[in-house]
Design a protein around this ligand. Sequence first.
Ligand code: SDX
Length: 393
Amino acid sequence: RTGYITLDPGYGNTGSCQSAITFIDGEKGILRYRGIPIEQFEQAPNFVEVAWLLIFGHLPNDAEYQTFSTDLTTCANLDESMKHHFEGFPRTAPPMAILSAMINALSCFHPEFFELENEDHFRVAAAGLISKVRTIAAYAYRHSIGQPYIYPDPALRYVPNFLHMMFSQPYAEHFCEPVVRDAINLVLLLHADHEQNCSTSTVRMVGSSQANLFASCAAGVCALWGPLHGGANVAVLEMLEQIYQGHISPEDYVRMAKDKDSKVRLMGFGHRVYKNFDPRARMLANVADRLLTTLGVQDPLLDIARKLEEIALKDPYFIDRQLYPNVDFYSGIIMRAVGIPTNMFTVMFSIGRLPGWIAHWWEQASSTGNKIARPRQIYTGAGITNHVPRDAR
Ligand code: SDX
C-alpha cells in the first residue's frame, strides 16, 4: 500500500516490538496475561489483581494486594480545583474528549509523577492513575446529566466504588449486586491488555520520547476512541438498535455488510490478529447471558446479536475472511444491562485498558534499550523539482 509505514515502536529495526506482558495466538484464539490464560480469571474476576499482574509481572501476594488496594483508595479523589475543568465542557461533550483532557490535566496536579525514580514511586503513580481515571469517568457522566458529583467511598472496592460514583444519589447509595460487581470486573480485566493494538502502540510511541505516564495514556485514549478500535462497542449497540427498531432485518444487515459499496461493516466482527474466535468474545457472551438471567432482564439486543452471529458464522464471506466476533460484540450489552449509557462504553474500555497501557509504558521506560520510536516510510511523492515564483505559476 503506497505511503504505508512500518511502525517500529522503538525496538531495533525489525518493525516489531518485544514484550513480556501479553501473548496472543490469533490462529488458535489464545490470549494469556503474563502466561495465564484469560479463561482462568472467569471464576473470581478481580480487575485490581489483574492490573497488578500486568504491570508488575506476577500475581500479587496478600501484602502487595493490600498495599495496592490502599493506594487505590487513598488516590481516588481528584484535586477539588479540577472540577472547574469539568464545568468548562458542554454537557454534550464526548466523554472520551473529557477523559483524555483530564488525564493530561492530572499531570499538572501531580508533578511528583513526572520523574519516576524507582518502582515504589511508579507503583503509587500507577495506582493514582488507575484510581483517578474511574473518578474522572464518573464525574464526566455526572456532568453530562447535570447531577452533583459523588465522591469516592473509601469503604468500597474498585468496581462498586465506580458504580457508586456513577449512580448514587446524594442520599441514596447505589447498591452493587455481586453478579454486577463480577460482570464489570470481568469486562474490565478482559480489556486490560492486548499486546500491540493501536492504542497501546500509541502509548509506547509517545512514551518512547520520555513523555510522562499521564501524557502517554492520554494519547492512548485518543487512539482508542476510533470506531475501528475501542469505539466499536458503541457502533455495535447502534447497529443492534437499528435492527431492533425495525429499520433493517439481521439478514439484510449482514447482506449490506458484505457489500463493499455500502461502506457498512458488521461492527464487533473481525480482527487484525484473531483469525478464530476472540476468546474474550466467548467469555463476554457467557457473562451477558449470566448477568441478564440473574437480573431477570430481557434484552432483545442480545437476541439480535446472537442472530447476527449465527447468520455470519454460516456465511462464506465471513468464513473465507476468518471474521469472528471480537471483544466489542457483546461488551456493550453487559454495560447496558448495568445502566451504563452507550456514550460511556469506550470510556469503560479505557478504564479497562489503562493497566495494559501503564504496563507497556513502564516496560519500555524501565528498559535500558529504550530508543525514541522513529518509523520510516516508503516515499511515493514527486522526484526532485524546482521552486517557481508565484507570478510565474
Ligand atoms: C478492537 O488490535 C487489537 O487487538 C484491537 C482490540 C484490542 O483489544 O485492543 O482487539 C480491540 O479494536 C477490536 C476491533 C473492533 N473493531 C470493529 O469491530 C470494527 C469492525 N471490524 C473491522 O473494521 C475490521 O475487522 C478490523 C478493523 C477490526 C480489522 O481489520 P483488518 O484486519 O485491517 O481487516 P481488513 O479491514 O483488511 O478486512 C479484511 C477483509 C476485507 O474484505 P476484502 O477486501 O478482503 O474483500 O475483511 C472484510 C474487509 O472488507 N472485513 C469486514 C469486516 N472486517 C473485515 N467485512 C464486514 N464486516 C467486518 N466487520
